[in-house]
Design a protein. Sequence first.
Length: 255
Amino acid sequence: MKKVRGIFLKNDLEIASMRQACRIVAIILGELREAVRPGVKTMLFEEIARKRCDDFKVKPAFLGMYGFPFALCCSVNEEVVHGFPSDRVLVPGDLVSFDMGVVYDGFYGDAATTAVVGEPDEARAKLLDVTRESLAQGIEQAVAGNDLYDISRAVQKYVEGHGLSVVRRFVGHGIGRKLHEKPEIPNFEPKGAPRVPLMPGMVLAIEPMVTAGGPDVEVLSDNWTAVTKDRSLSAHFEHTVAVTRNGPRILSLPD
């Protein structure tokens, strides 16, 4: 692993370890999505996440990090990120965002997804579709020779072009032997920011957080759960992506 401008570039073996970490995360997220249904307490998802980490013999990345008390971030409706699993019972129409990470062979994997309880109405379906597609638009720009903020611009343009908002307080990040490495990856184009050329070996956690209302958020009294200030619905999708000579490679797929 070498470092360029403060950014760690991973070699093929290191990316292979990260791929396995991310694959495990993707499998767990898929199982969590399948468990989403009316009447379920969100603490069930924490129990599933911890059990599956034990099964895979990996460490939950978030548990204890900066004092976070759970293995899983579980955020419902207006909760954007860092929500706590709890005794809250899901009802039809709830949006449930899962953000999950593990440590495998000394490397972190990280991904997020949002699911709806039951069938979504038009507004919820739009929020999910736009957020998911904005991630795809950003990933398309994760090409060696592009600028980091080409990713940010693509996400912002797609989201705002559909009348929704990107959260600005929380951003994506580099990832590797640490969960959060340089560079930060905003979901909007920052004004006057210096150019950051994308290079093969960069591994990026790209994660649009999108709201049906305004972009502003606030943190609740638990000092973790971030909610939309106007209490509008929110969605969150994330992939860990390697920049390669042959284009972007999504590491956080189940197979």
